[in-house]
Design a protein around this ligand. Sequence first.
Ligand code: DC
Length: 238
Amino acid sequence: MADTGRRKPLIIAVDGPASSGKGTVARTVALLLGYQYIDTGAMYRAVALVARERGISWDAEDAVAEVAAGLHFAFSFDGELLQVLVDGRDVTADIRQEHIGQGASDVSRHPTVRRALLGLQRALARRGGVVMDGRDIGTVVLPDADLKVYLDAKVEERAQRRHAELSAKGEVVGFGEVLEALRARDKQDMERPVAPLCQAEDAVFLDSTHLTIEEGVDAVLELAKARGAKAGGAGRLD
Ligand code: DC
């Protein structure tokens, strides 16, 4: 795109499967551009967490949708760590538990739950200057995004990353178990009838199997620059 000198902040959509690195890449790109980072997976995770705490089954669509519609979300940064507040409570650590990831995938199958979060997600992106990550951002939530990236990696590599993350947290889980859980989650997220995980036609495919986080970040920054983004945050964009 030609540089008109009146560059508007972009709307950037990053989709991909679990442990593809999309969260870290999207968050870092947002910091460097001075954009807001919005983690839509965290919203589904929070819905799963709160439903569980209220004794609501993840399969109970109506009751879970009611939870989703009633929650108030706030995101803030503590250094580079994204903090997620739900109804004023910090759920950052709680939503990252392994079983809550599965619960998020379960609750996200329900069309009414997705509908309850869609308006909020679109409203957060309305003014631009955002990097939003998830599964259906380029296809459903922000089909008119200025830049769409689909970040993927071989499932074995993603399982290795996840396994290393869990080990670092002191959680002892076998590699095979992590691999199987990821395969099951990919299948559920890709095969659901509503807003399944898939690459938007106009998304740029990035395979992160052999990329470091920094290389992934640089690739997305280059694409953003080509579409007119300029530095505004930590400002490494030349
Ligand atoms: O990105 P994540 O692993 O935190 O997401 C957790 C689950 O939430 C994921 O398995 C499916 C669901 N999800 C979704 O359906 N749509 C999104 N835009 C983001 C997440």
